[in-house]
Design a binder for this molecule. Sequence first.
Ligand SMILES: C[S@@+](CC[C@H](N)C(=O)[O-])C[C@H]1O[C@@H](n2cnc3c(N)ncnc32)[C@H](O)[C@@H]1O
Length: 221
Amino acid sequence: MLAFLPIGSIPKRMVESGVMRLLSYETLIDPFLKDMRTFIAQLVGINQGDRILDVCCGTGAQILECAQRGAIAVGIDNDPAMLKVAEGNRVKQKLDNISFQLADATSLPFKDNYFDYVSISFGLHDKIREVRNRVVSEMKRVVKQHGALILADYQVPLPRNIWAIVARSIEFLVSGSHYEGFKDYLSSGGLDGILRTHNLREEQRARVKSGLVVIVKAKKI
Ligand SMILES: C[S@@+](CC[C@H](N)C(=O)[O-])C[C@H]1O[C@@H](n2cnc3c(N)ncnc32)[C@H](O)[C@@H]1O
């Protein structure tokens, strides 16, 4: 998801540029999703000292919310510019129980069964199937047997409302493998398809943002 802007209001080259992406995140997406971040942190049910990893953490908005509740938190992303913003947010919030690392979600630099929770928000719909499956497999590997995965992404099918039209348009504007990934995410059933493919047991589900976003808490079987 890039930003909720009118179709055609931003040239494709700008959309693809890192500058536009950062501006969109800090000024539009993070404020728009603020209530969802709080909701997810509550849904996780974090206890003081729980270890949580947020994969594809972007500006860190989700994992910072968890760190504020006392978790020992780690955010990873493969974009140094995103991580710089995340680190700046960490400093602003004066949190020392969280760190950000440059890493590839398809090859997480952590040992097996290490985290109580592993989350990802808007990090699955934009990947081609092979990459998406590798990311989820890695998330499963590093979460404890009795821990939980927290997945937040577009609801499939998308709801019939203005937000879905805007979201679809934005995904279309982002060219290359991102849009291919989005189409495949929709046709393969979104998070439900992922739960089936990876043999995950759903424990809790919620929809937010006028039904555009689904959040699933799931466990390894
Ligand atoms: C749509 S953004 C979502 C950011 C954040 N999770 C949120 O909810 O706002 C996707 C993020 O995934 C990161 N990303 C994409 N592919 C990745 C990979 N293979 N490994 C790590 N991060 C990746 C991007 O750099 C970007 O920050």
